[in-house]
Design a protein around this ligand. Sequence first.
Ligand SMILES: Cc1cc2nc3c(=O)[nH]c(=O)nc-3n(C[C@H](O)[C@H](O)[C@H](O)COP(=O)(O)O)c2cc1C
Length: 189
Amino acid sequence: MVNIAVFVGSVRRDRKGIRVARWIEKTLQERNHKVSFIDPMEIDLPILDRMYKEMDNPSQKIVELRNKIKDAEGYVSVTPEYNRSTSSALKNTLDYFLEEYYFKPSAIVSYSPGMFGGINAAQQLRLIFAELGAPTIPSSFAIPQVHKVFDANGNLIDESYNKRVGKFLDEFEWYMNALTNQRAIGTPY
Ligand SMILES: Cc1cc2nc3c(=O)[nH]c(=O)nc-3n(C[C@H](O)[C@H](O)[C@H](O)COP(=O)(O)O)c2cc1C
């Protein structure tokens, strides 16, 4: 069992991404992981002013967010693609913290209504996670035509995704285990 933080990337009122994020959460829980679900819409996260480490009196919700990120052993971000990049909402959430991410792996799930499944967003997000010290695993998981994969209630329509995501999460678990073991020995800083 591993403690994993799942980031929701969209705060649009009509967001499709919440379906994807809840499915990822459920799938991880079925694999016996503890999931911390991070939804910037639910916590009404403001546009960044001060980073967590610069705050004198962080609010309870920021402290709780920080603990979820600090205690996680790996990160899954569920990103939409806006103008060939990831969302400002996801970037904003990530930007609040830095050291909390160090030496832990991240994995990217992207989606779009078109045929490419948000791969441009995923590629750009890799650079962001590299900078945060939470390198992304080699595979990413793209969901094209997301409206055909989940119904309006968030139920998975296309069952083939359960098999596909299994391979992706096997790889993610391998990296989480590898880096957790290595962090126990020590980190360079
Ligand atoms: C501002 C904006 C920019 C978009 N740009 C892209 C894009 O570059 N590539 C793409 O495939 N879809 C693009 N779309 C369509 C989104 O992929 C689609 O609306 C998707 O449902 C967004 O995820 P969400 O519903 O979880 O917010 C864009 C949508 C918005 C609102």
